[in-house]
Design a protein around this ligand. Structure first.
Ligand code: GLO
Ligand code: MG
Length: 345
């Protein structure tokens, strides 16, 4: 197995204030500078951004203003020695995306979504990254009859093609999620994302981002999603976290709900050499709501720590013994080999 080192990343939204649909924030927001310093202190290498994390209120600002603020951010990152991993258009907050962004029934709203995405590309270029992420949050429906799903595939392809044509160097990673905020999303799994890529004008530049919780919500094993995406050479980023079954999207610390599922994700990353082409391991995790301000970074520190411990577990797993048990079709003892390896001495 490859013995490379990993580079780590999180987004400003991962130092969150604890609001949920049933209650307000419970921690006072920290400034961006505080978050950047925290990222450095924790030994992370890069930050991931929404367009409006980079330039707050981006939609209401002129191109010149957006350029100015992005330049300032670029300098901050440069001074801190922190890279920008990716930029993602936040297409789910604005009133114009109330009924979807690229798949809205309203042509003016669809136009807004595409224009905003092109601006995201400008921001990414200025921040020195070529990776654009599309979490297609509102591309789906609450009731089937409200949209024409066949037409929506065309809309998605059209939007992606516009981005690919706008900048010949960018790569787009689709981050699938089967539900939430929608009842059913149009691109629920990695299979859907990679199939959609084939319909675009430049399939080679359209890949994916796997999030553990999203795969689990789709009833899939995230490790198999990793192997599948990497068979196509298309896993360009990953959001590791955890999820306790088919509930709301929990974004728990990595390994929190199911250590064995986490182990298998790390094993899949290891065997595919994830990270050797510059990819980052990102944690899309949130603090538990009762978290006190003084413990605010623990979920990020712990996720990375668990990840690194599981890398050691993957590298010290008795592969020879496992192969012998597989040859003997003795899956009961293979199961126990994994359990005892994870339990340790
Ligand atoms: C929500 C998603 C979200 C995205 C982020 C980047 O469920 O995981 O956090 O990862 O907006 O596009
Ligand atoms: Mg995510």
């Amino acid at each position: 197995m490859a013995k490379h080192t990993y580079k780590f990343c999180f987004g400003p939204w991962n130092i969150s204030e604890g609001q949920d649909p049933y209650g307000p924030p419970v921690r006072t927001p920290q400034t961006f500078d505080w978050k950047l310093a925290a990222l450095k202190k924790l030994g992370y290498d890069a930050m991931m951004f929404h367009d409006d994390d980079a330039v707050p209120d981006v939609s209401s600002k002129s191109d010149a203003q957006v350029r100015k603020e992005t330049r300032e951010l670029r300098k901050k990152l440069h001074d801190a020695g922190v890279a920008a991993e990716l930029v993602a258009p936040r297409l789910w907050f604005d009133p114009r995306t109330i009924d979807g962004a690229y798949t809205s029934n309203d042509p003016q709203c669809r136009r807004y979504a595409i224009e905003r995405s092109l601006r995201t590309i400008d921001i990414a270029n200025q921040l020195g990254t070529k990776l654009i992420v599309l979490w297609l949050a509102r591309e789906g429906s609450y009731i089937r009859e409200s949209k024409n799903a066949r037409q929506c595939v065309d809309y998605l392809v059209e939007a992606i093609n516009r981005m690919l044509a706008y900048d010949k160097k960018i790569r787009i990673s689709i981050e699938p999620k089967p539900n939430e905020p929608m009842d059913h999303a149009y691109i629920p799994t990695i299979g859907h994302a990679l199939a959609l890529a084939q319909l675009t004008s430049d399939p080679e530049r359209v890949g994916c981002l796997i999030e553990t919780a999203h795969a689990i919500l789709a009833g899939l094993d995230p490790a198999d999603e990793i192997d599948f995406a990497m068979s196509f050479g298309k896993l360009w980023s990953i959001h590791l976290n955890d999820q306790n079954g088919l509930k709301f999207d929990q974004d728990k610390p990595f390994g929190s709900a199911n250590l064995r599922v986490a182990f298998n994700q790390v094993r899949a990353l290891e065997r595919n050499g994830y990270g050797t082409r510059g990819e980052y391991v990102a944690f899309d995790v949130h603090p538990f709501r009762p978290t006190k301000p003084e413990h605010w970074l623990a979920h990020l520190e712990n996720s990375r720590r668990t990840f690194l411990k599981l890398v050691q577990k993957a590298r010290t797993f008795d592969e020879k013994q496992a192969r012998a048990l597989i040859r003997d079709r003795n899956y009961a003892d293979l199961d126990q080999l994994v359990i005892e390896h994870l339990l340790g001495k």
